[in-house]
Design a protein around this ligand. Structure first.
Ligand code: ZN
Length: 197
């Protein structure tokens, strides 16, 4: 099963790579191949690059990276929950770990042509399987520096574990999706009202 890409940010989509749609945990990056597929789905790698990496590093090494990515995910979830609850807390240790992952990354610059003319872009070098973890760390770093903690939300749906960035104007979004969890909650409230009447 593919992870739902409803997070509104690649870092949040990464947190959602394990989720509980019906109360049971579904792991979507259980091995290296599924991790690379996730990178492609999330728009962080193109299909061609992902296939090349898998060949270059070998399945076993990428499997190990997937296992480290799962650990990184659980670490990030635990931290971001605290960060959300207490935005001004002391996160020296967490930032230290994040910065250590970021420090491993290297990048190159490239001039590309687009409709708007020439532009200078920075592209990460993926020269080892670990660089994939750095790619995730970069997204986590982008999330915590660009998004107010109060807008990084968990779905209010019963048993739903999905996270999302609330980009609505009023900041009152409660559910991962209005058609799934939002609808279920509406039906449950309706039944409750009927019972009471
Ligand atoms: Zn939900």
């Amino acid at each position: 099963m593919q992870a739902p890409l409803i997070g509104g940010h690649p870092a949040v989509d990464f947190l959602n790579t394990s989720f509980t749609p019906e109360g049971e945990v579904i792991e979507t990056i259980g091995d290296g191949r599924s991790l690379l597929n996730w990178f492609v789905g999330a728009g962080l790698l193109d299909e061609f690059a992902a296939a090349k990496l898998s060949k270059r590093f070998g399945a076993k090494a990428v499997d190990t990276t997937a296992s480290e990515a799962r650990k990184l995910r659980e670490w990030a979830k635990e931290w971001l929950l605290r960060w959300r609850a207490k935005p001004n807390g002391d996160y020296t240790d967490e930032l230290g770990y994040l910065n250590k992952l970021l420090a491993r990354g290297t990048s190159r610059h490239e001039v590309i042509e687009s409709e708007r003319g020439l532009s200078l872009v920075e592209r990460p070098n993926i020269d080892s399987p670990d660089a994939l973890l750095t790619l995730i760390a970069m997204q986590l770093a982008a999330l915590i520096t660009e998004t107010p903690p109060s807008l990084v939300k968990s779905c209010a749906g019963h048993k739903c574990s999905l996270w999302f960035v609330d980009r609505t104007k009023a900041h009152r979004r409660m559910f991962c999706s209005a058609s799934a969890c939002g609808n279920r909650a509406k039906v449950a409230a309706f039944r409750q009202r009927q019972k009471e009447e």
